[in-house]
Design a protein around this ligand. Structure first.
Ligand SMILES: O=C([O-])CC(=O)C(=O)O
Ligand SMILES: [Mg+2]
Length: 388
């Protein structure tokens, strides 16, 4: 068996929201299809992938380097030891041939997006859900398809105001989420505190709020916010400072007792390891948000999970950024703490298979072959425009 083609296309996911750092008025992503010559139910098996919001489409890199390397390789070097399926690790090594170490953000999104499509194809060829395949190959053999999810939103939005924020959060809570997240750092501290208090007042026992500064603060501002936020029972305080400022993260962790979260903008095992080595993150309460779709894919994420284990961290402290089904599958297969979701944003890419309901902050993944994209009608329709 072999890969016969890899297609990519840049697709819009723009909206008029804003976080503390960027607006999403021109946001795009790359959609990828890995077409194989394996036939199932009379059709070729095609794996699909896409990158998470926040980093734009990656077509140029894919077309110039990563796709030709795979298509020009000896197909035998990309198969697993059975010869009947692809080897994601071999394909990853092929994509990364003639690439120097370091500088990960330059290519980690392009590689991670193709890697997602490869895993989708591998699980479909095996005829099982990716979460089950992962539990069998890398986990304890037993997947847990019930996964914690939280609702991310609470963006700054022209004319939104406190009423708009409350309405948005009410919608998430009514849909069964128990944790909701909102942006901070895009308004003065006093205004952000008023926004936070407006949401906290709506929460019932067992429901919690997380806040996300998107890397906006210098150390004094991160600490000022930390002092103000410590009066609230927050689920977490996310990405206070620049993602690569491990010293800031460590100083904040000494001053702020509540849970901190970060990692969505760390794009390799080595960067994640620097956070663990130097960022003062606390394995008993903090959260790690590395997103495989931005950071070289699941092949690299497996290395990151190994690194975490070596440093005494449980995979249950990981709740990835991005709100895609790939991380849901990893969470169910390998025991992550849950996954982000954007109930009303970045559609049709985010979310769950049709009919999956959030119940008490959890979803139950249906046993669809692959990552599960075929279970989401609007998403698979978009994917079919690329290849079917
Ligand atoms: O606003 C964004 O860039 C997305 C983000 O930080 C998140 O989902 O945590
Ligand atoms: Mg974030």
């Amino acid at each position: 068996m072999k890969i016969v083609n890899i297609l990519e296309s840049t697709r819009p996911i723009q909206s008029n929201i804003r976080n503390a750092y960027i607006d999403f008025s021109k946001m795009t992503l790359s959609l990828v299809a890995v077409v194989t010559d394996v036939i199932r139910d009379g059709r070729p098996v095609i794996g699909y992938g896409f990158n998470s919001n926040g980093r734009y489409g990656q077509g140029a890199l894919m077309r110039e380097r990563f796709i030709p390397r795979v298509l020009e390789a000896d197909p035998a070097s990309l198969r697993d030891e059975t010869g009947d399926n692809l080897d994601p690790h071999g394909i990853w090594a092929c994509m990364m041939s003639n690439e120097k170490p370091g500088g990960h953000g330059e290519r980690s999104v392009a590689v991670g997006t193709i890697d997602m499509a490869v895993w989708d194809a591998v699980a479909k060829i095996e005829g099982k859900p990716l979460f089950q395949l992962l539990a069998e190959r890398y986990g304890n053999g037993q997947a847990n398809p019930r996964v914690f999810v939280y609702a991310a939103g609470g963006y700054y939005h022209p004319g939104k105001g406190l009423d708009g924020l409350r309405q948005e959060m009410e919608g998430y809570l009514a849909r069964g989420y128990s944790v909701v997240k909102m942006k901070i750092g895009g308004a003065p501290l006093a205004e952000d505190c008023a926004r936070i208090e407006a949401v906290l007042k709506m929460l019932a026992p067992g429901q919690q709020l997380a806040v996300d500064a998107n890397g906006r603060f210098d150390l004094p501002t991160a600490l000022d916010y930390g002092r103000a936020l410590s009066q609230y029972p927050l689920f977490w305080y996310e990405e206070a400072g620049d993602p690569l400022d491990y010293e800031l993260q460590a100083r904040l962790g000494e001053a702020y007792a509540g849970p901190l979260a970060t990692g969505e903008n760390l794009f390799s095992m080595q960067d994640a390891r620097n956070l663990i080595r130097h960022g003062g993150m606390r394995p008993d309460r903090d959260w790690l948000q590395f997103d495989c779709a931005l950071s070289y894919g699941l092949v690299e994420y497996l290395r990151t999970l190994d690194m975490l284990k070596d440093h005494g961290w449980s995979p249950s402290r990981c709740i990835p950024h991005g709100g895609h089904q790939m991380s849901l599958a990893i969470a169910a297969g390998l025991g992550l703490g849950g996954n982000e979701s954007y109930p009303d944003l970045f559609q049709p890419y985010g979310g769950f298979p049709d009919g999956v309901k959030v119940d008490n902050g959890h979803v139950h993944l249906p046993p669809l072959p692959g990552i599960g994209f075929e279970g989401k009608a609007d998403l698979i329709a978009e994917m079919h425009t690329l290849a079917r």
